[in-house]
Design a protein around this ligand. Sequence first.
Ligand SMILES: NC(=O)c1ccc[n+]([C@@H]2O[C@H](COP(=O)([O-])OP(=O)(O)OC[C@H]3O[C@@H](n4cnc5c(N)ncnc54)[C@H](OP(=O)(O)O)[C@@H]3O)[C@@H](O)[C@H]2O)c1
Length: 428
Amino acid sequence: MKPIKVGLLGLGTVGTGVVRIVEGHQDDLSSQVGSPIRIEKVLVKDLQKARNVAIPEEMLTEEAGDIIHNPDIDVVVEVMGGIEPTKQYIMDALEQGKHVVTANKDLMAVHGREIMAKAKEKRCDVFYEASVAGGIPIIRTLMEGFSSDRIKKIMGIVNGTTNFILTKMSQEGAGYEEVLKEAQALGYAESDPTSDVEGLDAARKMAILATLGFHSDVALEDVDVRGISQIKKEDIAFAKRLGYEMKLLGIAERQDDQISVVVQPTMVSTSHPLAAVNGVFNAVYVYGEAVGETMFYGPGAGEMPTATSVVADLVAVIKNMKLGVNGQRALTPYKEKKLKTDDQIAYKNFILLHVEDKAGVLAQITQVFAEYEVSLDSVVQQPNPHNPDAEIIIVTHQASQASMKKVYKHFDNLDVIKSIKSAYRVEG
Ligand SMILES: NC(=O)c1ccc[n+]([C@@H]2O[C@H](COP(=O)([O-])OP(=O)(O)OC[C@H]3O[C@@H](n4cnc5c(N)ncnc54)[C@H](OP(=O)(O)O)[C@@H]3O)[C@@H](O)[C@H]2O)c1
């Protein structure tokens, strides 16, 4: 039977896994799609580089045109990463009528709309399952599994690097800088870790998940982002004492068609399933109006987990080719995007205050919360062993962010408060 021919852009971590799976699982794959799947050409940057997988020399090329303008190639699998020239290669491949599978969240979060429009015009498929939470099939789940439901909330631990760092800080009581160095030595964090630790990588993934879950065109700029680099080990110790784990959560919520998407360090109650997601693992919690609570857990990166998702997309593309229905998954978000304002975003807050240790302080502070109609869940005051001042830990009930901003502003003018040491969102 005529094989389906694939051009692979990139033979790094994920590309190597794709070759291994396509070769190693060939019997199962060809039985599922009704044709052999053959990797025809592989684009690399450096032909001389040693490869971790046996591949005939003549299959490698440094010329993208050998794939994009090769009339024999049906599907282009993009696992080279980056924005340019990758975007141009994908657009050119679509122009040539080739279907595309990509693992590139950077590209899909920023240029996904344009790429999907071109795919629709050319009646081509563009599948990108591996771009969010590597080995967890969350995109297919949102698009197909939950197509009958109305999703209200998506919470994700979608960055393995930061989850590794926070897990180590929590389990070993270690400081942020120390654990970051360990993560870099282990290859879990890049030498420039900014994109991971400042929450940008998670924000890109949350923009993709929110777009799919809420059928609205959520852009990266719509995501309010705060990373983990300012988290102190004391904050984590306080979280644990109160029954929470500190996690970098992406939280996308919808209420009456108004949505908010944030990425921020969050204290998650230990009774919530996300609190138990440790190390480099990822998890996505989805709350649907009809289904209720669900959670999807698994490896968020790595050669074989990521390649599993990439090749599953390849199978889906080929099945569509057999049925002659390519290009129909390029759904246009059909709901107008309405972002929540600060007075519509409400959640529980943890606040750690450094205060003067004298009579009446607590009363003054609780009076400020009362003035802005923020009700309190718990208040704990403790002496500070290192100086004559005290620390007050407050957990609020759900409070609008507009009210909380007024509270913080008022605190700035209250003499008894020396500083707001930490403030975090609380979930669960
Ligand atoms: N690694 C993961 O676990 C993971 C998980 C989810 C998603 N992803 C995504 O998957 C993609 C690939 O990641 P990766 O970790 O496999 O990357 P990688 O190990 O750095 O591999 C990149 C590959 O692309 C080739 N390449 C890069 N730029 C090129 C250019 N301008 N022209 C020709 N070839 C070029 C490189 O060639 P040489 O080998 O010759 O240098 C290399 O083979 C990225 O979009 C990433 O975000 C990765």
